[in-house]
Ligand binder design. Structure first.
Ligand code: FAD
Length: 527
């Protein structure tokens, strides 16, 4: 069996685990990062996209609000290229308690969240589709973040410092020698090959799965309540500012404009299974109704896709099984030496994507102590690869690049403006034949046609570049279509239904995907 040896093994390649591995690398430790799937394929790739200003928690959870604004300011500096500075509004709609607005303003003052009340008429000039009956509006420094760009920038930084990043390597056993965790065994998804990773310290950053991984180390009682939420992407930006309802946090009260779409969310319900991504029609309906309160006509707009994610909510003494919205959003760092008498093992869970850097800092400060040579954290100032210029991403960047090279760029994905050269580079960089991995990297197939026009072109390019057999290329195409279909079918109405029919004709009528050599499950793809 293959074996690796390292200072720090990080289990979980979401924002938290990747952040921990980045922090470890910057402190000069050797690190191995593993995930059972692609990076950020867990909750981090299924979140709402918001870098919180802290406003959402200003009344209910002042500690969380302070952490958010603190991290918001840092992330804007170190991850500038992954962030779009869209700003945020908190608006009082006719459905919201008008008295909350003053509490909100005071809460922001108390927690250092930058907040300015503006005239609703000004807000409507900036966001003409907003409900004209809003009575008060507060401007806050919300932003959006492209999480896939972020984790892969972190991964590049880790690799550049000698660290190893192993997506699609699931931990199947955690090794213990007496009272000490000494590493873990991982299994590669494609080959089934197992690798023993020996580590001086093992960090469990597996989010909603942290309890299961802790059990592998023989540690009971790490209870993480998975809080499930749905989100719906609309086919374009109905607003260009993050719009939050000015009320106690509840379902469907935020619209985040991100990249070419805007996303409404979310719900928060307890689930027993963090891998259950069922979407109920009633949830979709309720979410669209909530959208109407912020943007009248929301239901007539084109809903493109729905998905779910699970919050890793660490259970505290007050929490019940069903009221996940009331469980703290603060993170939990469990030092199992102190808690359970088990050396060499630390769990980090809970928190928010906005606070992943802070979670990583706290974790590595504890790990560094265990390693006996406390080294300082530098993640507050060290920019991520690609963010050295400290310039924010802005919508229109891709269009600008395209227009600068109109003659020589062949577009593969028109919706997200992915040129052929970029696609070929990504396939080679990632050394993957999984078009869904490429999607996360480039947003290939994430626009209104959901891959209807670009994915067979991309499959042909993948086939030519990677020397795949026709069956392997077909399998990659089918895997992509199956994944896309999961998020499309629960929300089919209006224009998106028409689009799905067109895609169906392309894939069944023209390409006959049902009868491709690798197509035993093709029927479930688009019909
Ligand atoms: C609906 C919803 C909306 C949200 N919106 C926001 C928002 O707008 N802003 C914000 O700041 N926060 C938001 N959050 C919270 C935020 O998304 C999470 O707190 C954050 O993404 C958690 O990151 P993580 O790395 O800890 O967990 P994850 O991203 O879940 O990472 C854990 C990883 O562990 C891996 N793993 C599990 N088991 C194993 C194993 N045996 N071996 C190897 N790997 C394993 C998983 O594959 C996964 O990739 C939202 C959450 C939800 C559910």
């Amino acid at each position: 069996m293959a074996a690796l040896s390292t200072d720090v093994l990080v289990i979980g390649g979401g924002a938290t685990g990747t952040g921990v591995a980045w922090d470890a690398s910057l402190r000069g430790y050797d690190v191995v990062l593993v995930d059972r799937a692609d990076l950020a394929e867990g909750t981090s790739g299924r979140f709402h996209g918001l870098i919180h200003s802290g406003g959402r928690y200003a009344v209910k959870d002042p500690h969380a609000a302070r952490e958010c604004i603190h991290e918001n300011r840092i992330l804007r500096q170190i991850a500038a290229d992954c962030i779009e500075d869209v700003g945020g509004f908190f608006v009082t709609t006719p459905w919201d308690d008008p008295a909350y607005a003053d509490r909100f303003l005071q809460g922001c003052r108390d927690t250092d969240v930058d907040c300015e009340e503006i005239d609703p008429a000004q807000a409507l000039r900036e966001e003409p589709l907003l409900n004209p009956n809003i009575s008060r509006v507060f401007r806050v420094p919300d932003a959006n973040i492209d999480v896939w760009k972020t984790v892969w920038a972190l991964a590049r930084g880790i690799q550049a410092r000698g660290g190893r990043v192993l997506p699609y390597h699931a931990v199947v056993a955690v090794h213990r020698s007496g009272d000490t965790v000494t590493g873990a065994r991982v299994r590669g998804a494609s080959t089934g090959e197992e690798i023993d990773v020996e580590a001086r310290v093992t960090v469990n950053a597996s989010g909603a799965w942290a309890g299961t991984v802790a059990e592998m180390a023989g540690i009971e009682g790490v209870r993480v309540l998975p809080g499930r939420g749905i989100m719906i992407a609309m086919n374009h930006r109905l607003v260009n500012t993050c719009v939050n309802r000015c009320q106690m946090p509840t379902d469907g009260d935020i619209i985040v404009p991100i990249r070419t779409v805007c996303v409404i969310g979310t719900t928060d319900e307890h689930t027993d299974d963090p891998d259950d991504h069922t979407v109920h029609r009633s949830e979709v309906d309720a979410m669209l109704d909530d959208g109407e309160k912020l943007v009248p006509g929301f239901r007539q707009a084109r809903a493109m896709r729905v998905w779910t994610g699970v919050r890793p909510l660490f259970e505290d003494a007050k929490a019940s099984d069903t009221e996940t919205r009331d469980v703290t959003r603060a993170h939990a760092l469990l030092d199992h030496a102190e808690r359970d008498g088990v050396q060499g093992f630390v769990t980090i869970t809970g928190g928010k994507l906005t606070t992943f850097r802070l979670m990583a800092e706290d974790t590595m400060t504890a790990v560094s102590r265990h390693l006996g040579d406390e080294r300082p954290c530098t993640t507050t100032t060290e920019p991520l690869p690609g963010s050295q210029a400290r310039e924010h991403y802005h919508l229109g960047e891709r269009l600008g690049r395209k227009e600068a090279h109109l003659a020589d760029e062949q577009l593969i994905c028109e919706c997200e403006m992915v040129p052929r050269r970029r696609l070929e580079e990504a396939i080679q960089q990632r050394a993957t034949t999984n078009l869904d991995d490429i999607r996360r990297l480039l947003r290939l197939g994430m626009g209104p046609c959901q891959g209807g026009f670009c994915i067979y072109r991309a499959t042909g390019i993948l086939h030519g570049l990677d020397g795949l057999t026709a069956e392997q290329a077909d399998e990659s195409l089918l895997h992509f279509l199956r994944e896309r279909w999961k998020g499309v079918w629960p929300i089919l109405y209006g224009d998106q239904l028409r689009q799905a029919r067109l895609d169906d004709w392309i894939f069944h009528g023209v390409l006959d995907v049902e009868h491709l050599p690798a197509a035993p499950q093709a029927e479930a793809v688009v019909s």
